[in-house]
Write a protein that binds this ligand. Sequence first.
Ligand SMILES: *[C@@H]1O[C@H](CO)[C@@H](O)[C@H](O)[C@H]1NC(C)=O
Ligand SMILES: *[C@@H]1O[C@H](CO)[C@@H](O)[C@H](O)[C@H]1NC(C)=O
Ligand SMILES: *[C@@H]1O[C@H](CO)[C@@H](O)[C@H](O)[C@H]1NC(C)=O
Length: 428
Amino acid sequence: MASFRFLLFFLFTLSFLIIISESQTTSKPTKLVLQVAKDRATNLHVANIQKRTPPLKVPFVIDLNGRFMWVNCENQYLSSTYNAPLCHSTLCSKANSHYCHKCPTTARPGCHNNTCGLMAVNPVTHEAAMGELAQDALWLPSSTQGSSPGPMVRVPQFLFSCAPSHLLQRGLPRKTQGVADLGHAPISLPIQLSSHFGFQQKFALCLTSTNENGVIFFGQGPYYMLPGIDVSRPVSYTPLTISQQGEYHINVRAIKINNKLVPLNSSLITPTKVGLGRVKLCTTTPYTVLEHSIFNALNKAFADDQQLKGVPQVENVQPFGACFDSRKLSFTKMGPVVPNVDLVLQNNVVWRIHGTNSMVQARPGVMCLGFVDGGVRPTDSVVIGTLQMEDNLLQFDLASSRLGFSSSLLYRRTRCSNFNFTSSTTTP
Ligand SMILES: *[C@@H]1O[C@H](CO)[C@@H](O)[C@H](O)[C@H]1NC(C)=O
Ligand SMILES: *[C@@H]1O[C@H](CO)[C@@H](O)[C@H](O)[C@H]1NC(C)=O
Ligand SMILES: *[C@@H]1O[C@H](CO)[C@@H](O)[C@H](O)[C@H]1NC(C)=O
């Protein structure tokens, strides 16, 4: 009898422990944080993300407009939790994959018969290759307060594409093993995270210009940077429109240099018939790319501005269109003192770009306006690149279809490298 009571007690305790451990692994964090670093050679931003079982840190390039995560599976992919859904299954339709994958060699992750194919694209070279839709565990640090990382949390069956390694050969930093996407698509990283953990479809980018780490937040603010500044507010908002490919666009009504309108062919920035803004945001372009006539008009207005009187213009350094003798520029904490570039958005909300986000040290003694020529009739008239985003908080509020932006955090005595990445707990 005693032993029976003991057994009952034992079973009770055991089930209790199982519930506790289960609730720990499936606990619902309200926010996640991801550390990102700038790769010097390519100017791309890279995050180490833990995947697989046992977890392994793998470097991924951040692609704001990617539709799903893809990773090289040809390089010793070892995981006890890898699974590839069969074609025509509901997971394949969720991923919008209607193609049955076949593989002539022996089975391994990325290579099975009758799984579904998902075309992975290198965001720099635009090369594409067929990958296998797969599921595996993904781990990210939670952050209860938004001020430092907390315990790691897991998405046990995260969907991604298992792609061939040749897709990584060009354009991407040497060690990267894949692309982490932030687009608005059914199995994109932000959408899978918010649906798994049940938080709002929101994420925020804070990219650094330096060798230090920046941060991506998933979930609702506040987001704190040292010394205790909530960078999630105040922010200005502008409507965010999503293209059919899941890419982020905004509507720019005018461009001003030092408060004066830059003469533009307005049909180039008028939203498309379906209301899509003509300005795309992109993390795989280091400098903002402008349609040819906008590029010329911007460089001319910038170089002609009163404020640059006395600063000699020098021969252009490719690919830039307005370069100056930097020894004649004066500098503050906000970078070189140059005319502000304002993107005038809907309702006259202004995204102001200061010297720190507009000028590039192109060679010793020469600084250039960091915008490049996109040629005639590009798909998007303006593609905002990372130089113009660095040390700004950009909050993508997918639920309310709006973009919140802080303008330079340097004005608020902080920067994107000021997130406290000292973890308060150890990893599991
Ligand atoms: C797929 O099927 C083909 C033909 O039946 C076979 O030769 C091949 O080994 C299979 N591949 C895998 C990964 O099982
Ligand atoms: C303005 O841009 C549109 C679209 O590219 C073009 O068709 C038109 O000719 C341009 N107008 C002028 C005055 O350059
Ligand atoms: C960073 O966060 C850790 C863990 O929460 C904390 O112990 C430490 O004091 C914080 N550092 C600063 C400079 O606030």
